[in-house]
Design a protein around this ligand. Structure first.
Ligand SMILES: [Zn+2]
Length: 200
């Protein structure tokens, strides 16, 4: 699909993708969890350029519970980040903030979890609820009247139609126009992978 494939010009439609729980790992943590210089094995390219789902999964643990088979998305990033749904956080008895990322410049904290891989484990303040967002390349964003870091609302369709607010627009040259929601958000609105919403 082309960069402009995620929306229909004029009506400001945006394709919605649903992100299940997943983790992004730093190089250092990948070494600890899977062994020195371990390379992730891509099994599926994601819509955003260069991003992939890897074969590898990890376990996320707290003293109250654990989630198995949390997929690692590659490539590695500067900071380890575990994105969970709020429902899962109730099971783990943690209360992570809604954040764009665990980047050091982002204030608001995060929740500590233990990350377990086949070769080791680490405790990291890495769990967040992902801030709902739209990825878009700058020229498509311009056509839709969207600006980087703007907050917009998107109305979904169907019997459980919902208008989502506070959706953060992120523009970057290599981005493909997509809106990303987590499973709780998508399930509440009865959304399937690839459904369209309308930016209002
Ligand atoms: Zn995203």
């Amino acid at each position: 699909m082309s960069a402009s494939g995620g929306y229909v010009s004029g009506v400001k439609k945006i394709k919605i993708e649903v992100s299940a729980h997943h983790a992004h790992l730093s190089r250092k943590d990948l070494d600890i969890l899977f062994g020195k210089n371990y390379q992730l094995k891509p099994i599926k390219a994601l819509s955003q350029t260069g991003q992939f789902a890897s074969k590898e999964t990890i376990k996320i643990k707290t003293k109250d519970g654990q989630i198995d088979d949390v997929r690692i998305l590659g490539p590695t990033r500067p900071n380890t980040q575990v994105e969970l749904s709020r429902t899962e956080c109730f099971e783990l008895k943690i209360d992570p903030p809604v954040l764009e990322c665990t980047c050091p410049d982002k204030k608001g904290g995060c929740a500590q979890v233990e990350i377990v891989g086949p070769k080791g484990k680490v405790k990291r303040c890495a769990a967040i609820l992902a801030h709902r967002h739209i990825h878009c390349d700058p020229s498509s964003a311009k056509k839709m009247g969207l600006k980087n870091k703007q907050l917009v609302s998107v109305k979904t369709n169907g019997k459980r139609s919902i208008t989502f607010h506070n959706i953060l627009v992120r523009t970057r040259k290599d981005f493909v126009c997509r809106m990303h929601l987590d499973t709780d958000e998508a399930n509440a609105a009865g959304i399937k992978q690839g459904d369209f919403g309308q930016i209002i």
